[in-house]
Design a protein around this ligand. Structure first.
Ligand SMILES: CC(C)(COP(=O)(O)OP(=O)(O)OC[C@H]1O[C@@H](n2cnc3c(N)ncnc32)[C@H](O)[C@@H]1OP(=O)(O)O)[C@@H](O)C(=O)NCCC(=O)NCCS
Length: 355
């Protein structure tokens, strides 16, 4: 028999506040056309993207997160010192250690909250939300701050026709707190590591740094610069995110609609019960296809933040959520299906009540 007493968490959890931060600089497709052979019409029709935001030097991963989190905490109506854990999902924070979450937790004025980063690509928000729900129900924290934040412009190869127009920067945050009723459904999530190569960094850091003292087996850590990709000026390219666009597109369209349906089933609702659909903002054609496959009724509001925010990976769902609520397209208490999917390949879908 166990000597450990049963944990005293809340019966359920819910999102009680949301906030977003978009960098000041708005980048139209015309700027992308300076480095790739494309057209505004092609980019809009193939991806839906018209503009995206790129961060300046001051808009760091931590700074954007703090801005978004401040708004989420105010929206939740709590004080920062009530937050018991800070979970940051990002793939574009350049310091390997420590986690950026600890700096954010400190600067926000939490009372030494637990803080850590996770790496789950464009599914990162759903992964963070699931961890937060678990912590609250299990009793390790009363309130959890979940942040999705990216500076993907740092990791974009502006000469790569397949990705140059896709990515943007920004931060979205939610506060998750205790609830007497279920307001976050079961998460349907998973990974397909056999497809890991379809979205990846062009060159690992140890191979990019030619003078690295790292000695990883099988790599070129000893400094074989001749194997590194070069840009049009003959300079070694900074590592970037690359993808097999069509393979990812097909996977997203065929597999993710099934996952979305499973999340509805797990929550015990049908598309008719939904008010809002907030899929990862990767490509508007993927969004349209999912809406069709799921047979979402016309009354369901669909997030299309990708048009003016681009793909901000872990930040895309909370940013889209924040915008729908701010514009009045969605309202507090609405039932929303959220689904993230991306590098890994990984995915996470769940039904939530909007804050
Ligand atoms: C990237 C993406 C928009 C490309 O669209 P696509 O329709 O698959 O484009 P393709 O790669 O099949 O190329 C189609 C044609 O457009 C051309 N093309 C490719 N990139 C282009 C660009 N940036 N501008 C203009 N033409 C382009 C190709 O050369 C090809 O021409 P061809 O038919 O004469 O050979 C699309 O694959 C996509 O959105 N994939 C998923 C992206 C995503 O969501 N990733 C993140 C997941 S988290």
């Amino acid at each position: 028999m166990s000597k450990i007493k049963a944990p005293k968490g809340a019966p359920f959890a819910r999102i009680i506040g949301v906030g977003g931060y978009r960098p000041v600089r708005v980048v139209p497709n015309e700027v992308i056309l300076e480095t790739i052979d494309s057209s505004d019409e092609w980019i809009r029709s193939r991806s839906g993207i018209e503009t995206r935001h790129w961060a300046n030097d001051e808009e760091t991963v931590a700074a954007m997160s703090i801005e978004a989190s401040g708004k989420a905490i105010a929206d939740a109506g709590i004080n920062a010192d009530q937050i018991g854990a800070v979970v940051v999902s990002t793939v574009s924070h350049f310091s390997q250690t420590p986690a950026v979450a600890t700096e954010i937790a400190d600067k926000l004025g939490t009372n030494k909250a637990a803080a850590f980063d996770i790496s789950a690509g464009c599914a990162g928000f759903g992964y963070g939300l699931t961890l937060a729900k678990g912590m609250i129900v299990e009793g390790s924290a009363e309130y959890v701050l979940v942040i999705g934040v990216e500076r993907l412009s740092d990791l974009t190869d502006l000469e790569d026709r397949a990705t140059a127009f896709l990515f943007g920067d920004g931060a979205g945050a939610v506060v998750v707190g205790p609830s007497e009723e279920p307001h976050i459904g079961p998460t349907v999530w998973g990974s397909e590591g056999d497809k890991a190569g379809t979205i990846k960094q062009t060159v690992p850091w140890n191979e990019f740094l030619p003078h690295s003292r790292l000695r990883s087996s099988g790599g070129t850590a000893t400094g074989d610069v001749s194997k590194l990709p070069l840009d049009s000026k003959g300079e070694i390219k900074f590592p970037a995110i690359t993808q097999e666009g069509q393979a990812v597109f097909r996977w997203a369209v065929f597999e993710m609609a099934k996952v979305a349906q499973q999340a509805l089933d797990a929550a015990g609702i049908t598309p008719d019960d939904l008010d809002v659909f907030i899929p990862h903002q990767a490509n508007e054609r993927i969004i349209d296809s999912m809406v069709k496959t799921l047979k979402l009724p016309a009354h369901v509001t669909v997030a299309r933040d990708v048009r003016t925010t681009g793909n901000t990976s872990a930040a895309s769902i909370p940013l889209a959520m924040e915008r729908l609520l701010a514009t009045g397209e969605a309202k507090s208490g609405d039932t929303a299906l959220v689904i993230g999917f991306g590098a890994g390949l990984v995915y996470a879908a769940t039904v939530v009540t909007l804050p």
